[in-house]
Structures are given as C-alpha cells and as structure tokens.
Design a protein around this ligand. Structure first.
Ligand code: IVH
Length: 677
C-alpha cells in the first residue's frame, strides 16, 4: 500500500504573498521615504506582478493592505463627510523674532517659570491630512475641512505609494492617529505642469494647489498618476512609551511612516530662532516648498498644561518666512493678448534667480498697476515670490532710476494686429477690438478644446499656434475640417497621434450642450452660467435668439452678462462659427425633453447624494424649468433638499436646521402634483 504523506510546503502561497507584501512595502519605503532604492524598477515590477498573479490564483489571500489594492474599486461620486475624532487644529502664526519671543514668554508663564524643550520642524506647504490606522491597517484618511469635519479621501490617499497601508514594527497601538501633509516635490510639480501645458491645459500656480486639486479628483486611478507624497508630523495614540513629541515622530518612523529628517530638538528660544533663520536661508536647497518653521513644546506633559484654544494649540507656533525677494532690471514691457482681447502687460526682465527658479518675466496685470508703480523704462524692480512659481513685482528701486527715464506709456493700438484699443467704462483692462486678431483666435481655440470645454485632447498650444500661423484655421469651427495630411505636416505629429486627434474631434461633436456653450468663450460666461443657459434653452439656436431682458432674468445672469451674450450671438464671429459647426454635424441641442412649468416657482432647492433617475444636470434642469433655483449649500432659506444615496453633510445640515428632505421619489411625486411640501 502506498501512503501519501502530506508535508506542508516550506512556503505556501499564503506565506509567499505575505513575504512579497512586506518586501514591496519595504521597497516603497526605500524609494519614496529615503529616496534610496535597492532594486531597479524592473525588479520591483517583477515582485509586484508575482504578487498579482498569486492573488489572482488565490483571491482569498487578498487583504486590504496589499499593495495591489491601492486602487480599490471605489469610484464614488463626491466625498462623504467625516467627523474628526478630535478637532483638527490649526497653528498660530508669527512673522518675526519678537512674536516668537512673546510666544516663549507665554509658554514659560504657562509652565510656572519652567523653560521647556522645543521640537523645531519645517512647515510643509501642502494639504493637511488626518490618517487613522486601526490594528495597524490604514482605515481612513480625511482632509481638515472646517477642523471638525472633513472629506473622506481614503481611496485617493491609498494610491500614494510612499504611504504604508499597514504599519510595521513593535507594539502598534490599536488605534493610531497621524497628522501629516500631502505635498508634491517642486521638480515633480514643474514636470506635471509641463505635461498640462502640452495637453492644452492651463498651468497651475504652485505645488500646493496641484495637490489640493489632485485630492479632489473623484477617480482614484487619476490620483495614482499624480506624484503625491506624504510627510507625517504628529502622532496621537494610547502609547505609554511616548512622553515627548519628538519621540512620537520616532515611533511614526518605526511604523514605517514617512517623517522629515530636518526636525531638531532645542532647549532655548535663541536656538528656535536660529533654526528658523537657518531654514529661511536654506529653503531653496530642499526639493519641496516650505513656508516657515513650526515650533512645538516637546514634552507632552507640558503640552497638556498649556492646553488649546478653539483654533490652535497654545504649545505650538508657526514661524512664517518672508516672501523671497530679488531685484531685476526691466528690459521691456510686452503684451499678452487673451481670448477676449484683453491686453496684459508683461515685464521682460534681465534673468534673475529667485527661490530656485530663474525669473525672466513677471505679469504687470494692467496699466493701472504700471501707473501705481510709476514704472519707467530701464527701472530696477523688486520681485517677490511666495509659494507661487510666478513672482509679483512689488516695487521700484528709486535710487537705481536713470535720470530722465521715460514712463511706460499705454499703447493706442494693438501691438499684435494694429487695431484700435478700447477701455470699457468702469474697467481697467485694455482690449483689442479686432475679433480676428491672430492671438485672440489662438487663445479662443485653446479655450474651445480645453478640459472644462470640449476637452479635445492632443491640441497643445504649439499645434494651435502652428495651425493659425499657417492660416489653416481661422476659428474653432475650422478644426472640424482638418485633414489627416494637414496634421501630419505639423511638427510633432505621427500617424497615430493625428488619427487620435481626428477621433477626439469627432467625439466632441456630441458633447453636452453646456460644454459647447462654455467652449464658445462668450465674455463672462463661465462653466456655471453655461450650465444655466444650457438647462434653460436646451438648444443653441434658441439661446442665440434670446433677448437681453429674457437672459437677464435667469439665475446668475445679470444685465452685463446678458448684454455680452446678446452681442456675441449678433456678431460675425458667431455667424461664421455657427455655419461651420452645422456643416460639421456638431450637436447644438440637449437630448433631454423640455417641459416648462411653475411647479417649483420661487423655491430654492439643494440636491445632494447620488440619484437614480436623474443625472445632476438633468435634475437641475427640471428645477430651473419649473421656476425653481438649484443652490449649492443648505441654509435656513432652503425650501427643501433632495437627497439620494450617500448623501453626507448637506443632508445632516438640512436635518439639523429642520429643512424638509425629499427622496427622489417624493420629488417626482411633488412634480406630478401627488404630494405637497
Ligand atoms: S502641526 C495641532 N506641523 O500648517 C497642530 N503642522 O498653518 C497641528 N503644517 O494645518 C499642526 N507643517 O497643515 C504641524 N510640521 C508641521 C507642519 C504643519 C505644515 C501645516 C498643517 C497645519 C498648518 C497650520
């Protein structure tokens, strides 16, 4: 008889997946935390794919903290509001040495004359975050919000590979709260911005705004492509081993969380000032933006004695840096022409380094600004740069002015096309009156294809400039008659990219009406007004015929906007574009049927959560066409709230204010006259 003896394998799939997870987490930490990878990307991918393969074969072995689960399956509409376990406080600010010494005096008084130890840290210029780890596993990430309540952005934060999904190390408390900052390195931000511009989108002003925008994305797979990082700076847990803030930071790093290596414990206020000054001088040597230093009383017992105010702890202070300054000589004033013809004067400067970037140009905003500065030819100007990449001109160095230097005069004609300029009453902006100005056309087409408008990917500014300069197109309507051969003749196009562009143009022909209206670039008509117009008229030809009085009676459309809309649709620019859009088969109407009435006359309605029968646009349209107004936030004046699935803070607010809440069904019943409010 044969005996089959079952020996457990030395490493089964369970052990192997666990080992792989630990290994991948270690490499993530080496790569993102320490910037010192031990293996190549290829080797990393091999580990990752092996883990994916094992998990595909043994789905029971998948755990939420597996690196393969960073992308989860959450595609939520909006973010749920979460109540913080404790208020997420802010920091008191100080701007000079005296403020800091005053803070120190208050602390010493609060500690009955005892001088404390301080932990000095960098003040990261990003977006504040609260992480919760339960039994070692990341269960929640929330934004600060109003300090009491924030947005649940767990799905987005899980995509950040530098942040462990599971803590490691000894004696992990059951619940660990971590405060930190999401940030982006300056180099990553600049590269991201270049990509933005190449894709025909507007560049972002600074890394912080880019991070904030990234965290608001509703699709975590898009967030995963943003180079986001996290740095942790506060630990809160039931952990007897931790008696000081600085040891809390060490615990965070033992858990595998990224912390800063620039923190320093000091024992005098002079040392705090020295730390602050040192980093003010060295801030540009860091690969990320900081806007100051933070000083915290180190002993937790001292922190408890000092306590908190409603807004900020009494044991911490943000010591802000002053804006970085430089001086540069003005070489010339040039002009940028925007899509509505507005001329923006730009100072062309002798290149000067300022906070890690070389500045060659700075906007002067408008001619009033030039007069305010009393700017003259050849002047030396003072430049300031805060967190933004673009600096501001804040003054002129009077001593360096050459005698007899001529003032910068306002041009009488457009520097691009020579047409007369106008200044509308009450406006500071100078505008070129020629709708066929080539710069105006380029900017309008850029707007037409941009993301919020028809979102025709693949049209960078360079392509648009080339098409207009070569006179292949004279307005956005001509885009639809572009031929493959014409695109292939442009720099940077290959068969595939040219075909993709033509496909994208085709797709854009059936875009939603509000996007098309926004894409037209009518003065003062932003995305929200475009939505109102699309909802109300449902048809571009109807909108084009609307009288100013009628337009002005719509929500968010005042007489000035109504006049601009009316003028646009009476212009030759529209007539020509209209013909081209018609010929190309661009859809000029909305698909949803129009039913007007007064069933919601005068009511102010908030819609929240995910609805089943209506998209957000559809229900807003119904509300508007029935005489109601769809508003964004709940107040005592709200007539009622329509709440769908996953309704969050707005629903709670309505309930607390006693504002009636209707389900989608009840809303339909109200419209059908089967229910009263
Ligand atoms: S501690 C209870 N430490 O600055 C104190 N905050 O202006 C919690 N920040 O909301 C904050 N670097 O987003 C702390 N090393 C640091 C920081 C830091 C940046 C941010 C944080 C906070 C804001 C206050």
């Amino acid at each position: 008889m044969l005996l089959f003896v079952h020996f457990p394998p030395v490493t089964g799939p369970k052990q192997e997946t666990e080992a792989l997870r630990r290994e991948i987490a270690r490499h993530d930490r080496l790569y993102y935390g320490l910037g010192a990878p031990e293996i190549s990307d290829l080797e990393y991918d091999r580990l990752y794919r092996r883990l994916q393969a094992l998990e595909a074969e043994y789905p029971d072995l998948i755990t939420p903290d597996s690196p393969t689960q960073r992308l989860g399956d959450t595609l939520s509409a909006g973010f749920a509001a979460v109540q913080h376990p404790f208020p997420m406080l802010s920091l008191q600010n100080s701007y000079n040495e005296e403020d800091l010494r005053e803070f120190h005096r208050r602390v010493v008084t609060g500690l009955d004359g005892e001088a404390p130890e301080y932990s000095c840290e960098l003040k990261f210029d990003g977006v504040s975050l609260l992480l919760t780890y339960e039994n070692g596993v990341l269960t929640r990430a929330a934004t600060r919000g109003d300090g009491q309540q924030g947005d649940d952005i767990t799905a987005n934060i899980r995509t950040i590979r530098g942040l462990p999904l599971r803590l490691e190390g000894p004696k992990i408390p059951g619940t660990v709260y971590v405060r930190g900052e999401v940030y982006m390195r300056t180099g990553d931000f600049l590269a991201f911005n270049e990509e933005q511009v190449a894709e025909g989108r507007k560049p972002l002003a600074n890394p912080r705004n880019t991070v904030a925008g990234s965290l608001k994305l509703l699709d975590p797979s898009l967030v995963a492509r943003r180079p986001l990082r996290v740095v942790c700076y506060a630990y809160d847990a039931d952990d007897k081993s931790v008696q000081t803030h600085s040891y809390g930071l060490i615990r965070l790093s033992e858990f595998g969380l990224p912390i800063s290596d620039q923190s320093r414990v000091v024992s005098t206020v002079d040392d705090v000032i020295a730390y602050w000054k040192e980093w003010e001088g060295k801030r540009d040597t860091l690969p990320f933006e900081i806007d100051g230093a933070v000083v915290k009383v180190n002993a937790l017992s001292h922190q408890r004695l000092l306590g908190l105010t409603a807004r900020a702890p009494r044991w911490a202070l943000a010591c802000k840096f002053s804006a970085r300054q430089a001086q540069a000589r003005l070489l010339d004033v040039s002009f940028q022409v925007g899509r509505t013809g507005v001329l923006t004067p730009v100072a062309e400067l002798e290149p000067v380094p300022l906070g890690g970037v070389t500045v060659k140009r700075a906007t002067l905003h408008n001619f009033d600004e030039i007069r305010r500065l009393d700017l003259r030819e050849g002047d030396t100007v003072v430049l300031e740069r805060g967190g933004d990449v673009i600096p501001k001109i804040t003054g002129v160095v009077a001593e360096h002015r050459r005698r007899g230097a001529k003032p910068i005069v306002e041009p009488a004609t457009c520097p691009v096309c020579g047409s007369p300029l106008e200044r509308a009453t009450g406006e500071v902006a100078l505008r070129c009156t020629n709708p066929r100005d080539p710069e105006v056309i380029k900017r309008q087409i850029e707007h037409f294809v941009s993301r919020g408008a028809l979102d025709i990917g693949g049209f960078g500014s360079e392509t648009i400039n080339a098409l207009v300069d070569q006179q292949l197109i004279t307005d956005a309507g001509d885009l639809y008659s572009l031929k493959l051969a014409q695109l292939l003749a442009l720099p940077g196009f290959a068969q595939k990219s040219a075909e993709n562009l033509l496909d994208a143009l085709n797709v854009s022909k059936s875009a939603a009406l509000d996007r098309l209206i926004f894409a037209l670039g009518v003065r003062f008509v932003g995305e929200s007004t475009a939505r109102t117009l699309a909802t109300h008229y449902g048809d571009l030809d109807l909108l084009a015929k609307a009288k100013p009085d009628e337009l002005a009676s719509l929500p968010d459309v005042g007489p000035r906007v109504a006049q601009a809309i009316h003028e646009y649709f009476a212009s030759d620019v529209w007539r020509s574009l209209h013909n081209k859009l018609l010929r190309a088969g661009v859809k000029l109407h909305d698909d949803t049927p129009v039913e007007r009435g007064d069933k919601l006359q005068g009511l102010s309605i908030v819609v929240t959560g995910t609805l089943e029968r209506y998209s957000r646009e559809e229900i807003e349209r119904v509300i508007l066409l029935q005489g109601g107004k769809s508003v964004g936030s709940v107040s005592r004046k709200t007539s009622f709230v329509v709440a769908g699935e996953k309704a969050g803070s707005k629903l709670e607010k309505a309930l607390s204010l006693g504002v009636p809440v209707l389900s989608e069904l009840e809303f339909d019943q109200l419209l059908a006259g089967k229910r009263k409010l």
